[in-house]
Design a protein around this ligand. Structure first.
Ligand code: URA
Length: 236
């Protein structure tokens, strides 16, 4: 019988093999400091298992060719965090930086989201983070609705398996895609919506906060509403 192996253990083992090869002067592998760092820092923080329906969905997503975005994919970006998390943060699609690391929400946007999550008293390992679309889009581009639809079976599987109490939908497109309705976002933002026995909280996407920092106050109100439901105290 095969035993589940955590990605963290696999990543550590790959990183140490790559280091050994580098030390021995063996060429032909990507033993660059960047690759070693990604393995050590990125995947080691990923507590997702390599077994079960989520792992299977991730494998399927990594070979999916249903929409044109697969041509951008070297590494798909499936998720990060705890597959038993009470709260799931959902973005639209990974960009170039996420594709380089293989994990959602990197760079400035990721740092901002990390800070929000940290202020709630949580972190990347204790929430579940994913995007509606698993293949990278060009920076600053939104995925076509057909790509969102093509990827929806993977997102559906993530929701079914994680079954968080709260899904935090980052931005209007994400909220509308999940709830399958057009929303007057200024009114829908900050209000829980029922969804398959769970609750969806539509809020601004962190990208919007980089452009319009004055929206941070509203996002923090939304996070406080989530914290009340989950009985979180936040970080002081
Ligand atoms: N990075 C992601 O992973 N998702 C987004 O929606 C934006 C940036």
């Amino acid at each position: 019988m095969t035993r589940p192996v955590s990605l963290a253990l696999m990543a550590q083992s790959i990183a140490s093999h790559l280091r050994l090869l580098t030390d021995q002067g063996i060429l032909g592998f990507d033993c660059s400091p960047e690759t070693l760092e990604i393995l050590a820092r990125g995947l080691a923080h990923n507590s997702l298992s390599t077994h079960g329906p989520l792992a299977q969905a991730q494998t399927e997503a990594s070979s999916c060719t249903e929409c044109a975005l697969h041509k951008n994919r070297e590494v798909g970006v499936f998720a990060q965090g705890d597959s038993k998390a009470e709260v799931m943060f959902v973005g639209l699609a990974p960009g170039r930086e996420e594709a380089r690391v293989g994990l959602p929400f990197q760079g400035e946007v990721g740092e901002l989201l990390d800070n929000i999550i940290k202020a709630m008293g949580l972190n990347r390992e204790s929430v579940y983070m994913c995007n509606l679309v698993k293949c990278p889009v060009a920076d600053g581009q939104a995925p076509d609705p057909t790509c969102i639809r093509a990827c929806s079976r993977f997102f559906k599987k993530q929701v079914e398996e994680v079954r968080p109490r709260i899904i935090c939908a980052l931005g209007q497109t994400v909220a509308e895609s999940i709830l399958k309705q057009e929303l007057p976002f200024s009114r829908a933002r900050g209000k829980f919506q029922p969804y398959l026995g769970m609750r969806v909280m539509p809020t601004h996407h962190p990208v919007e906060l980089l452009v319009s920092p004055e929206k941070k106050r509203a996002v923090w109100q939304d996070m406080q509403a989530i914290m009340r439901v989950l009985d979180l105290q936040g970080s002081s």
